[in-house]
Design a protein around this ligand. Structure first.
Ligand code: AMP
Ligand code: ZN
Length: 467
């Protein structure tokens, strides 16, 4: 039974999806005004592993990660760089997708962009206005927090403590209460020329929070199973999402389980450019591979705060190298032989224990502890000899399953032990190809396939794999 820690109830709860076998999952995406940093990489890698684990459990996951390509910080940045919001957004959306690929993060089912959802955002604001959860002023449309009784249920922030000390004008230009937040920002003097859209309540742009409510509604529906993001988004962003969505649809809860991942700090400090400890994803990838970073991330619970240091990363990579060597050894020692009950049982037990740990709120580190103990036992069995090809297959299958969740192993590095007959055939094929006798060469290749050897001619040369 899968249990997840729900930030809404602050408890581990049994996970029961709204629709049997299907999961609607949303994670707040990046604001695309600069290259991503390793904090973003942590958050999206952790949720990628969670999504893949849910798929491993055979759930059909409809996974949405939005792209915030309209934001006040973006407007500021576009001005500084003498460009416009759209070009800036396009540039860093491309960088984001490139980073995802390098980090082996699978694309979401959909990556909706704010610029492509303005009509949906406007309709949602209209509903909120009609239901009197929102009001219009000279400078925008605001959500009226006092009208939403459940406000604060996620962040546990009491309404009395929400007053931020902002000067609140009661005139028609400004919001009525410090807690109220912008749904729509009308174009002000001096803002001419920046991106804006026509709406019944005035030309302008959406506030930050409304996009996630609108995109959830459009791509996943009025109620969803899982909503994620890093801790910092709990308040005000997620609290405001709940208010907007539940006020508009009247359905609650908008989200059944809220998952909040831990922040990444660098050597004890919050990452910041002025402190000089700001590490972009591209800086990371100059030194280490995406798989190495993923492995590092997977050694920690997704909810724990992660204190990054290059030293710690390098230390962890040594464990990954150990696992890769183990996979290599597995293939080298395997002999012809019959499958032993022992390895099969050992693997089944390891798989069950791994799932039990992962079912406990995606406990990655405890899951890995099971894998390390299993590796030790298999190594012992290999030391004692009598390790058959089938044993190898059984153990490798389990490691392939792990890799479908974590995507960290270097399968391509596995060397293949060949018999003298297999070597002879490979040499013969090479000779025939050099002599341009392609038909004969192909016949040898078929012969090798029948022996369980797969040959791939790649741009880097011949790759040999055991099937
Ligand atoms: P942003 O682009 O800043 O809107 O952030 C996009 C996502 O990355 C959000 O879920 C943030 O909570 C998350 N995030 C930003 N900074 C960090 C960090 N240092 N550690 C972990 N997650 C972060
Ligand atoms: Zn969001």
């Amino acid at each position: 039974m899968l249990k997840v820690f729900n930030s809404l109830t602050e408890q581990k709860e049994e996970f029961i999806p709204l629709d049997k076998g299907k999961i609607r999952m949303y994670v707040c995406g990046p604001t695309v005004y600069g290259p991503g940093h390793i904090g973003h990489a942590r958050t999206y890698s952790a949720f990628d592993m969670i999504r893949r684990y849910l798929e491993y459990l055979h759930y059909q996951v409809n996974y949405v990660v939005n792209i915030t390509d309209v934001h006040d910080d973006m407007i500021k940045r576009a001005r500084e760089q003498n460009t416009d919001l759209f070009s800036l957004g396009k540039k860093y959306t491309d960088v984001f997708f490139k980073d995802l690929t390098a980090l082996h993060i699978q694309p979401a089912t959909v990556h909706p962009k704010v610029t492509e959802h303005i009509p949906e955002i406007i309709s949602l604001i209209q509903i909120l206005l009609k239901k009197r959860f929102a009001y219009e002023t000279e400078d925008g449309v605001y959500f009226k927090v006092s009208a939403f009784a459940d406000y604060g249920k996620l962040s546990k922030i009491k309404k009395t403590t929400q007053v931020t000390g902002l000067r609140v004008n009661t005139d028609k230009y400004e919001k009525h209460s410090a807690q109220d937040f912008a749904l729509w920002k009308k174009v002000k003097t001096g803002e001419e020329g920046i991106a804006s859209w026509d709406a019944p309540f005035g030309n302008g742009r959406p506030g930050w929070h409304i996009e996630c409510s609108a995109m959830n509604l459009k791509h996943l529906g009025t109620q969803i199973d899982l909503h994620g993001g890093a801790q910092d988004l709990k308040f005000p962003h997620h609290e405001n999402e709940i208010a907007q969505s539940e006020a508009a649809t009247g359905k609650k809860p908008f989200v059944k389980y809220w998952l909040h991942s831990g922040f990444l700090n660098v050597e004890g400090e919050k990452m910041s450019k002025s402190l000089g400890n700001y590490i972009e994803i591209q800086d990371l990838l100059k030194k280490h591979s995406g798989k190495e970073f993923r492995f590092f991330i997977s050694q920690m619970h997704y909810r724990s705060r992660l204190d990054f240091s290059w030293n710690e990363l390098e230390k962890t990579i040594r464990s990954l190298n150990g696992l890769n060597l183990f996979l290599q050894r597995l293939q080298e020692v395997s002999k012809q032989g019959i499958v032993s009950d022992k390895i099969q049982k050992l693997t089944e037990t390891a798989r069950e224990s791994f799932i039990a740990e992962m079912n406990d709120d995606f406990n990655f580190p405890n899951g890995w502890a099971v894998v390390y103990a299993f590796e030790k036992q298999v190594n012992k069995a290999m030391d004692l000899g009598n390790f058959s090809k089938q044993d190898t297959r059984i153990v490798l299958d389990f490691f392939k399953e792990l890799d479908s969740i974590f995507e960290i192993f270097s399968w391509e590095q596995l060397t293949v032990q060949l018999t003298s007959k297999e070597k002879e055939l490979i040499d013969l094929r090479e000779k025939l190809r050099k002599e341009k006798k392609f038909k004969e060469a192909d016949a040898v290749r078929v012969q090798l396939t029948q022996l369980g050897i797969q040959l791939d001619d790649t741009s880097e040369g011949l790759k040999i794999r055991k099937l």
